[in-house]
Design a protein around this ligand. Structure first.
Ligand SMILES: Nc1ncnc2c1ncn2[C@@H]1O[C@H](COP(=O)(O)OP(=O)(O)O)[C@@H](O)[C@H]1O
Ligand SMILES: [Mg+2]
Length: 585
């Protein structure tokens, strides 16, 4: 129950609702337990009447008192129902409020976490914690709380009332209770175990189908439909086997419970009958006790269910807490300095190793970018180019060496302002299922439409957007426009250009555009930059003619540096690659 204790602060937050809910439960159960007593009294009066000499006075009196009992019974039932309604209103509402709070908290926390965290954890896992696990926790907060409180208070009130009414009869009637509790405990444990396995299999089944739908094109193009169907059938069959065995346990559970409840009823009638002879028990008492036993049936059978919800919620909350207690490795420093307006960036002996793969992606890197300077990084794939961009944005932190912003260690600069003043156009395009203009605007609500168009023009995509039905209002993604790879790349480029920033990082983001568009873009580069600094990462060396200074990367090291002309004129990796590029075109 450790993990669930973390929820107590929410109970505290909504304590009024919780206390009110508990009060309603107790009231509702008091009125429930009163009903059999009315029935007993009515029954005893009827029996008394039957035993007496009938006359009209008697009959009328009996009619009146039965009427009175009937009204009582009705009033108690109405009150019981009313309080039950109100308890649901308070506790279920409370659970929904807490569920919202938890989900918001988890989501906000997720967004704080660093790239290494996202590398370590699968998207599916993140999703299931915020959706399914939070849902399971809500089941504990809502239904389990509701039934739990209800169950405990009903059992206490009913048993208390039974002993009050007739202690001896209560004792005998409740004798099978311990055995019943034990069976419920054993069986519900079994059910929980099975349910967990079934849950896991269902999750696997879901993942499997999800993957097939996302990858439907590749499955079809490899003609692997039947192979995937077979795999699915196997998983589905394993799931069926387990659900069947769960059904068998379930099937055993209810009859055995009913048997023991029946035993209690039998005892109530038999012992009641014996004691009725000596007058210590009235026939009304027997009927009353049979009703009590029936009343206990439901709460006792729900014990296992409530316990299993609590167990599942405990496991879920533990998983949620795991992530909630993960501290972002890279966070805002408490006394961070503001980001300068015209920053210069410098790497001083920066070395970095990816924590998960152990790959040494940057070794002793020295480079600098002055305000308004256009700096290029070139090199083959996997030479560590993107890593430099990640380090500059503090997506990752260097293992050794420092990154300076105007001479200040980047770790002492406000993280938020740093990222606000850098516009990063990543190598992997990511567009949201939203309109083109919202994708370019990307959170900057103040950005006038004219600037969105200007950014699109600078990214050489304006004409193509105008051609889409809906133009800038066209929705991208699964159900919307299917833009080509090159078009998506330039929309992503326009997004980066639309952001007002001091430094623009373009990571290989002209790779999917044609030669003419590439030329158009680079020709107007200075007009596009408007004095911003540029870090231009590319594999196509002819693009670098437009830049002021270049660094050549090879296996995480800088192997050459200089201007384009200097590098072309000297032997080395740059010239080799450049010649190769010109041969192949
Ligand atoms: N997130 C990551 N986790 C682990 N290793 C990575 C990650 N990103 C890149 N690498 C590795 O680091 C090296 C440099 O990668 P990268 O900077 O992306 O190269 P480039 O951008 O030049 O293609 C490569 O060997 C790559 O496999
Ligand atoms: Mg890269």
């Amino acid at each position: 129950m450790r993990a669930l204790f973390t929820l107590n602060r929410y109970f505290w937050k909504y304590k009024h609702k919780l206390l009110l809910g508990i009060a309603f439960v107790v009231l509702s159960n008091i009125f429930r337990a009163l009903q059999p007593q009315v029935i007993r009294k009515a029954l005893d009066e009827v029996l008394l009447f039957l035993g007496s000499v009938p006359d009209s006075g008697h009959t009328e009196a009996l009619g009146q008192s039965l009427m009175k009992f009937g009204l009582y019974l009705f009033a108690f039932a109405v009150l019981m129902g009313l309080f039950m309604f109100m308890m649901r209103q308070t506790i279920v509402v409370m659970s929904r409020l807490i569920e919202r709070d938890i989900r918001e908290e988890v989501f906000a926390h997720y967004l704080q976490l660093d790239a290494a965290f996202y590398k370590r954890n699968k998207t599916g896992d993140l999703m299931s914690r915020i959706v399914e696990d939070v849902n399971k926790v809500r089941m504990y907060l809502g239904p389990a709380m509701l039934y739990g409180i209800n169950l405990i208070s009903l059992v206490i009130i009913v048993i208390f009332t039974m002993f009050q009414v007739n202690a001896k009869l209560a004792f005998y009637t409740l004798l099978p209770l311990p055995a019943l509790s034990y069976i419920i405990y054993v069986v519900s444990n079994q059910i929980n175990l099975k349910s967990e396995i079934i849950q896991r299999q269902l999750a696997a089944l879901t993942t499997k189908s999800q993957e097939s739908f996302s990858g439907i094109r590749i499955i079809k193009s490899y003609a692997l439909e039947s192979h995937w169907s077979n795999d699915f059938a196997k998983a589905s069959d394993a799931y069926r086997t387990n659900t069947m065995s769960l059904a068998r346990i379930d099937a055993f559970f209810f009859p055995s419970m009913l048997l023991l409840i029946g035993l209690s009823t039998l005892i109530a009638i038999y012992m009641g009958g014996l004691h009725a002879m000596d007058g210590s028990v009235t026939p009304g008492n027997i009927a009353e006790f049979v009703i009590y036993v029936t009343m206990l049936t439901w709460p006792i059978s729900a014990i296992g269910w409530v316990a299993s919800i609590i167990q599942q919620a405990e496991a879920s909350q533990k998983r949620v807490n795991d992530f909630l207690h993960t501290k972002p490795a890279i966070a805002e420093a408490p006394d961070a300095l503001p980001m300068p307006k015209h920053p210069s960036f410098a790497f001083r002996g920066v070395t970095f190793r990816y924590p998960d793969s152990g790959i040494l992606a940057a070794q002793d890197i020295h480079l600098s970018i002055a305000p308004s300077q256009k700096v290029g990084i070139v090199g083959r794939t996997a030479s560590g180019k993107t890593t430099v961009a990640d380090l500059m944005l503090r997506i990752y932190e260097p293992e050794s060496g420092t990154i300076l912003v105007n001479g200040t260690d980047i770790r002492n600069i406000s993280l938020k302002q740093l990222r606000e003043s850098v516009s990063y156009i990543p190598q992997d395009v990511f567009l949201f299922s939203d309109t083109i203009s919202e994708n370019i605007r990307f959170g900057n609500a103040q950005l006038p439409d004219a600037e969105i168009v200007a950014a699109a023009k600078a990214a050489c995509i304006h004409n193509e957007i105008s051609g889409f039905t809906g133009a800038y209002g066209a929705v991208l993604g699964e159900r919307g426009v299917n833009a080509s790879g090159g078009q998506k790349q330039r929309i992503s480029l326009a997004r980066g250009l639309a952001k007002s920033s001091a430094l623009l990082i373009m990571d290989d983001c002209l790779s999917a555009v044609d030669a003419q568009t590439e030329l158009d873009f680079l020709d107007q580069l200075d007009a596009t930059l408007k004095g911003r600094s540029l870090l231009f990462i590319t594999q196509r060396l002819r693009q670098t003619q437009y830049l002021d200074y270049l660094y050549v990367f090879e296996q995480g090291r800088i192997v050459q540096k200089g201007t384009f002309q200097e590098l072309v004129d000297q032997p080395g990796l740059f010239k080799t690659l450049y010649d190769l590029e010109n041969q192949t075109g």
